[in-house]
Write a protein that binds this ligand. Structure first.
Ligand code: FAD
Length: 242
C-alpha cells in the first residue's frame, strides 16, 4: 500500500488509531510505503502491468494494481447555473438548490448541518441515502410542514475481521481508550473527540451493535466532560451510561 500522507486516513484517524490499522495490515504481510505517490506503470509486451514507479524513485514489482484515489464531486455540468459552496452545489435543509425545482443530494450537496450550525458536504453512502429521502419528502410534501434535515455524520468501514464506526465531528482534543495493540486477539478500542468541554465525536473498533448505538448517542447528545484522564479511564463505559 502506497499513500502520500504520514499515516493512513489522516482526515479522520488520529496517529494512534492509524498505528493500530497499519500494524494489523503489516502483520498480515502488507508492506506500507508512506509519504509518496505512484507516478507511472511499466507493462510487458502483452500490456500487463509489471511494475509501479513511485515519485520517490522506488519501483515496486506488481501483477495487479488497485488504484483508490477518491473522487471529486462532478459539478461542471451546473457551472454558472446554480449557486455553489465549499466545492459542491449549495442547498437548503430540504436539498433545494438556488434554482426552483432543482434539488441536489449526496456527495455534491453542500447543505446546512444543523447539529454544528455549519454548512458542509458529506461523502458517505448513509448521507447519500438520507438526503435523497429528505428531498423526496420535500418534493411530495405539497406545502405541508416537514422537519429540517438534522444529520449526525456517520462513517464506517470493514476490513479483514475488523469493523469500525465513527459518529460526529473529529475536532478538538482526543482521548484514546481500550486496547489498540494490533496483536490483541479481539481488538476493541476507541477515541473520543472533545471540544469546548464536550464530547463531539466518537470512534469505536470492534463494538457490538449496542456499543455502536451508545457512541452514536454520545456524538448526538454531546455530554460535558470535566477530566480527560477520567474519560480515558472510563472508556466505553462513559458512552454506555449516556
Ligand atoms: C474509493 C471510494 C471508496 C468509498 N468507500 C465508501 C464506503 O466504504 N462506505 C461508504 O458509505 N461510502 C464510501 N464511499 C463514498 C460513497 O461511494 C459516496 O458517498 C456515494 O456513492 C455518494 O452517492 P451519490 O449518489 O451522491 O454519488 P455517486 O454514487 O457518485 O453517483 C453519481 C452518479 O452520477 C453519474 N453522473 C455524473 N455525471 C453525470 C451526467 N452528466 N449524466 C448522468 N449521470 C452522471 C455518475 O456516473 C455516478 O454514477 C467511497 C467513495 C470512494 C470514491
Amino acid at each position: 500500500m502506497v499513500y502520500p500522507e504520514p499515516w493512513c486516513m489522516p482526515r479522520l484517524f488520529t496517529p494512534e488509531i492509524a498505528a493500530f490499522y497499519e500494524g494489523y495490515y503489516s502483520n498480515k504481510g502488507i508492506k506500507i510505503i508512506k509519504g509518496t505517490v505512484a507516478t507511472g506503470f511499466i507493462y510487458n509486451a502483452d500490456g500487463e502491468v509489471t511494475e509501479v514507479q513511485l515519485k520517490d524513485g522506488q519501483s515496486l514489482e506488481a501483477d495487479i494494481v488497485v488504484v483508490g484515489v477518491g473522487g471529486r464531486p462532478l459539478t461542471t455540468l451546473f457551472k454558472g447555473q446554480v449557486e455553489e459552496d465549499k466545492g459542491g452545489i449549495k442547498t437548503d435543509a430540504f436539498f433545494k438548490t438556488s434554482v426552483p425545482d432543482v434539488y441536489a443530494v449526496g456527495d455534491v450537496a453542500t447543505f446546512p448541518l444543523k447539529l454544528y450550525n455549519d454548512v458542509r458536504r458529506v461523502e458517505h453512502v448513509d448521507h447519500a441515502r438520507k438526503s435523497a429521502e429528505q428531498a423526496v419528502k420535500a418534493i411530495m410534501s405539497e406545502g405541508k410542514f416537514i422537519d429540517e434535515y438534522d444529520y449526525l455524520p456517520y462513517f464506517y468501514s470493514r476490513a479483514f475481521d475488523l469493523s469500525w464506526q465513527f459518529y460526529g465531528d473529529n475536532v478538538g482534543d482526543t482521548v484514546l481508550f481500550g486496547n489498540n495493540d494490533p496483536k490483541a486477539p479481539k481488538p476493541k478500542f476507541g477515541t473520543y473527540w472533545i471540544k469546548d468541554g464536550k464530547v463531539v465525536g466518537a470512534f469505536l473498533e470492534g463494538g457490538s451493535p449496542d456499543e455502536n448505538k451508545a457512541i452514536a448517542k454520545v456524538a448526538r447528545v454531546q455530554p460535558a466532560v470535566s477530566s480527560l484522564m477520567e474519560l480515558e479511564k472510563e472508556g466505553l463505559t462513559f458512552a454506555c451510561k449516556i
